[in-house]
Each structure stands twice: as C-alpha cells, then as structure tokens.
Design a protein around this ligand. Structure first.
Ligand code: MV4
Length: 502
C-alpha cells in the first residue's frame, strides 16, 4: 500500500478509541496528536500519543465537542488529517465540513453522506431508493395521530411509533391496539419534542422479537464498496450494547443470509454516495427476514469484532481511503474465520441499578494470552473522570468456534481485576454462563429477560446475577434509568452517553 500523504494526524477523541487509532498510526509511521480536556491531563491516550494538545475545560461542550478548539489544535500541531473516533463529533456533518474547509482531511465519509443518514426518515428513503428492504412504514413524519391510525389500520397492529429526529429509543412507542394509538402518539411526540426539539413522528410495522444485526461496510473515494460481514448486537440494555459478536448465531445458521444482508448494506451505502468505514443496522426476524434500520457513519465501538474475524485493520483502511487509495481488495477476497466476541467493560455497578462508578483505579490486573485482545484506556492510579462515558475497556476474544470463544472470554474475565471502582465484569460472567446465550437464543429483549425473570430458568445461577435479579424484583430499579446523585446527573447526561456509543 502507498505511503500516505499524512505525516501527522490529530485524533479528536479520548480514551480507548484514541489509543486504538494511535496504535495503527504508529505502525503506519504517522505521528499522532492527542487532544485532552482538563479532566484528561493524565489520561492514557495523552501519554501514548507523540504529541498532545490541551483543548479546554472538562465539559465536552467546551472541549471534545468544540469544533474551533479542535481545529485550532490541529493547526498548532501541523496535522494533515483528523480522525474523529466514535461519539463526540464523529457524526457531525458540520464538523466534517469544517475540517475540509480548514484544509484538514476528515477521516470518514463526506459531510453529505453524514447529513443524509442523520435523519431517520431520510435514511429510510435513501436505503429504499437504493433497493435495501425497509420496514413497512410511513415515508415521512405522520402529521397527526389520524394519519398514523390510517397506516396502522392498513398494515395491522402492532406498530412502532418513532421520532423522525430519533435515536437511543427516545420518542419510540409500541402500540398494540387502535384504542391506544392517540395517547401513544401524543406521548411519543412530546417526548421527541423534549429530547430533539422536533416532535415529528413516523410509523412502522413492529418487528417482534427482533435481533439487531449490523453490516460493516467499507468504500473508497472511487466508488468501490464492499462489506465485511455482520456483527450481532442483540445483547443490549436500554439501547446500550453490552456484548457484540461475529458471526451472528442467526446468520451462521441461515444459508446465504450474510451475502443477502451484505448486498443490501452496500445498496444503502451506494445510494448515499458513501465512502470510508460505515455500519448499516438491520432488524432481523426469526425466519431470516431483515430490514434496514439506520446507518452509522463512523467507526463503531464494536469494530474489533470484525477485525478479529477478517484479519483486517479498519483504522489503517480508513486512513488509506481518506488519502485517496483504492480498496486494496475486492469482495471475493474477504474471508471470515472463527468467532469473535466483545464485552464492553464499564465503570458501573450492575448490582446497584447500573449506577455509574467513576473513581480511582487502585489495582489493575489485565487479561492476556491466546486469542485475547484488550482495547483499554485505563491504568492503575488513574482516576476515571465522571464527565464522560464510563467505558473503561473492551475485552475482545477470538477462537475457532463460538462455543470456545465463550469459554475463552470467561477465562479472560477471570483474569481481569479492576480494584477501587465497580465494574460490570460480573454481569458478563452471568450472561456467558446462561444456557440461552450459549445456545445463541438472543434478541433485543434477551438481557431484560435475563435480568428480571430469566434467572428462575437458569440452573445454578451466579450469586451476582441473583443479587441483580433480587434488586430488580424489589422494584428499586425495575422501571427506570438509574439516577446518579443530583449533582453528577446532568454531567452524565451532558457527556451524551447515548450520543455515539450505540
Ligand atoms: C424497531 C423495533 C421493532 N420494530 N422498529 C430501537 C432503537 C431504534 N434505533 C430502533 N429500535 C427498534 N426499532 C420496528 N419497526 C425494535 C427496536 C428495538 C431495538 C433495536 C435495535 C437494538 C435494540 C433494540 C431494543 C429495543 C427495541
């Protein structure tokens, strides 16, 4: 592959993803520039980068989300290009445009593609026009509950009301009967108005017991597009992914499904004029039917799962594509080998309503050994700041079979000790020992079932999960989001945990 035209790249992000990018840049002989806020002066990404630029106070709105300060840092350090990571400004079309306007290459898709896929109904139209299957629904926002009712009458119940400006499940309502439609429409609309400043609602047929399966795509700036297969992300809680894996257990047993989904993803991406790395999300039903949901126009948290089964470095490919290179292979050269799985290790306490648990890491033992990869952003003695998403690390394993990957993950989790703060490591041990998970019987309702009632059906439940289930049964945390202490709550919300980490 060509020597890239970028001697130096600034990473407009923090934590494990900044480190992930730094590592590839070092392998490519490209100098890295980290950015950091007041809260991140001692962060690992700052220590590991070749250069680092302070960009402002702790709140992300004044640092990691501040376009001018990031461009300023890129200028001061003489960077040629900017990698946005995930979250923060990674899916902000104005940021991508501002980078280009200031003379920096944005390592990602065009501002136009980002903007196209940013609207849920816009993305649906683009995908449909390109020939990807979409869930039957209204083409744009339904002006009134009456319009929504007309669709539901024709399509049949249940239906799903969704916010046009949507994301993270806000402004979303399942409706099973005509009698409930008006009140659900009003509730969804006012929730959407509060969350997004736009109360527009559209309607889709509800896909029951859906799985969330996504396709990694990769395109160059010469019109070549390929897919790198699927990731199954059905194990999630409140629209936050918890475990991701490839192959999807469903896709693995459905002949031709990967090829069909891959083709649909490429159609949607092509219709958006897409280049660089992107992810097309689908809802899949039990019989192998699938529907376009949305497209994420960034590198995702769970990209290592795809790297492990394909043997590719997605960050290197992103940089090469941004430099104008052609894809170095065609679709028929992509091979998938074995099974990979990722656990998102968070500073949160699963036994206490998943309450965030930032603080000082007083002791740390990290897993390693055969088939283990740890993309981590922490070190002993460091204090996890409460201003940002509390993702500590991603533990990724690879093995020849899914069954052995699960056992390997359990082995690696057993080697992992984070002292001084609470982590969700015990939750993973419960999931990986659950017979339904081991059988690949997962959908987007799986984790809620495990946490509420599934325990009764599980032989030899772990003490940890029993504790979680008991607490939920006691109704302390049953129906609502954990509420951090009033003082820290707004900062957690401001950090936009739901913004980019879905
Ligand atoms: C759906 C659905 C079932 N039917 N749409 C949730 C977040 C938003 N981006 C889309 N979501 C869903 N849309 C129809 N027509 C079920 C979900 C859904 C979901 C989707 C992906 C991952 C996790 C989920 C959890 C609950 C519901």
């Amino acid at each position: 592959m060509l020597i890239t035209v970028f001697p130096k790249i600034l990473i407009a992000n923090r934590g494990e993803i900044a480190l992930r990018v730094i590592r590839t840049l070092r392998e490519m002989g490209i100098r890295s520039v980290a950015v950091y806020s007041d809260a991140d002066r001692a962060a690992l990404h700052v220590r590991k980068a070749d250069e680092a630029a302070h960009i402002g106070p702790a709140p992300s709105s004044e640092s990691y989300l501040n376009i001018d300060r990031i461009l300023d840092a890129a200028r001061r350090h003489g960077a040629a290009a900017i990698h946005p990571g995930y979250g923060f400004l990674s899916e902000n079309a104005r940021f991508a445009q501002a980078c280009e306007d200031a003379g920096f290459t944005f390592i990602g898709p065009s501002p136009h593609s980002i903007a196209l896929m940013g609207s849920k109904t816009g993305a649906r139209r683009v995908a449909k026009a390109g020939g990807a299957p979409v869930v039957p629904g209204t083409e744009s926002g339904a002006a009134s509950a009456a319009e929504a009712a007309a669709f539901a009458r024709d399509a049949g119940f249940p239906v799903m009301l969704k916010a046009v400006a949507g994301g993270g499940g806000k402004g979303m309502r399942r409706v099973a009967r005509m009698e409930d439609l008006i009140s659900a429409f009003d509730a969804a609309s006012s929730e959407a108005m509060r969350a997004f400043g736009d109360g527009s609602i559209y309607v889709e047929k509800l896909i029951e017991n859906a799985r969330h399966i996504e396709i990694q795509v990769l395109g160059d700036r010469h019109g070549n597009l390929i897919h790198l297969g699927e990731r199954e992300c059905s194990v999630q809680r409140r629209h936050q992914k918890v475990i991701e894996e490839s192959p999807s257990p469903l896709v693995a047993r459905m002949p031709g499904m990967r090829e069909r989904m891959g083709e649909a993803a490429i159609r949607a991406a092509r219709a958006a004029g897409y280049y660089n790395a992107g992810t097309v999300e689908f809802l899949a039903d039990r019989s192998g039917g699938f529907y376009f949901l949305e497209m994420n126009t960034r590198l995702q948290v769970e990209h290592p799962v795809t790297e492990m089964v394909t043997g590719l470095d997605l960050v290197r490919l992103q940089v090469e594509i941004a430099a104008g290179a052609r894809l170095p292979f065609t679709q028929d050269r992509i091979e998938w080998r074995g099974a990979a799985m990722e656990c998102r290790i968070y500073a949160e306490d699963p036994a206490n309503g998943f309450f965030p648990s930032p603080g000082r890491i007083v002791q740390l033992s990290e897993p390693s050994g055969p088939g283990v990869r740890l993309d981590s952003g922490i070190y002993p003695g460091w204090t996890v700041p409460l201003e940002y998403d509390p993702l500590l690390a991603k533990l990724i394993v690879w093995s020849g079979t899914r069954e052995h990957a699960i056992d390997r993950m359990l082995r690696a989790l057993g080697e992992y000790h984070v002292g001084g703060i609470k982590s969700n490591i015990p939750l993973f041990q419960s999931i990986l020992n659950d017979p339904a998970f081991r059988a690949g019987e997962i959908d987007t309702g799986y984790l809620d079932r495990l946490l509420t009632g599934g325990i009764a059906k599980t032989p030899a439940p772990s003490a940890e999960l029993a504790g979680i289930a008991a607490l939920i049964a006691s109704k302390q945390v049953a129906a609502r989001q954990p509420e951090p202490a009033a003082a820290s709550r707004s900062r957690w919300l401001a950090a936009g945990r739901e913004d980019g980490l879905r």
